[in-house]
Design a binder for this molecule. Sequence first.
Ligand code: SF4
Length: 351
Amino acid sequence: MIENFPLEKIVEPLLQWFQGNARTLPWREAPTPYRVWVSEIMLQQTRVEAVKPYFERFLLALPDVGALAQCQEEKLLKLWEGLGYYNRVRNMQAAAQQVMEKYEGKLPADYEQLLKLKGIGHYTAGAIASIAYGIPVPAVDGNVLRVITRVSADRSDIMKQSFRTKTEQALQKIIPKNHASAFNQSLMELGATVCLPNGAPLCEKCPWQEFCETKKQNLWAEIPVKTKAKPRKIEEKTVFIIRDGEKIVLRKRPAKGLLAGMYELPNTSGHLSEKEAVIWAKEQNLSPIRIQKLEPAKHIFSHVEWHMTGYVVRVDELSEEKGNMLFVETAESQERYPIPAAFGAYMKYLV
Ligand code: SF4
């Protein structure tokens, strides 16, 4: 149990280990508040290796809070394309605008003030405050919860907010005042590179191997305890690549909800037969000439799975844009319009 474990033991060996084992990561060079913020939001959704090129590209296009605050929506979504969870980048922009108005473009060096910014929760506020400003506050993410429950052999459910708060309070007591940045980063690093989430942890490389309760009792397969998430909702869809020569049809998604404001390939609910697909196209005031069935595809969001089937529909003359349909040149479709990765399997038919 975390409350019965002498947690202060972990500090020195961890800091020493980090000195020799910290990975070189782009956001660790010159960890300004803005760079830490962008990297932490990106890292919440994907692996370090996948984040690197996105991070470089984002920073090049939007080098500071002011540039992010003013960025045109389509450009912003395009920069985020492929990372998913588009609301996160919208929230970042809203927060950047708050920072421009209230703090003259500088993220506040204050944990509580950071928490008030849109999309910044306890973890991100802790990461910015400690890594960029050296403020001794914890930053507890999934990696940190795993290493702390393992070292102390705590069987609490790490999905519970109450346990997260308890961990934050416990870490607050031991976080070294002058090494808050290294301490938080080293906890995350240990979780990411040694005390691994899937499969056996690399205990022989761990600075805590002498006193870790999970290692002593060989409990790594049981800890951390995690309640299972609800199963995802399955949505069936039929996706259309509607083309007339070099022109295709895109649609703009509604301003609210999943993938808000993005562009998409036209689609409808259910798996339509060829005949039904032709009827659907006619209902959109299109004149189908030829139809070709495509392979099925799947995309997984956090709470929903799309199970898709697709058709290329050749039509006669795309001339009049109706409703939210947009006729675009295939060459510019992928360059100019942010199309979510959910349609990735069918993008090859746009060339
Ligand atoms: S000794 Fe093993 S189980 Fe314990 S914290 Fe280190 S890597 Fe994890």
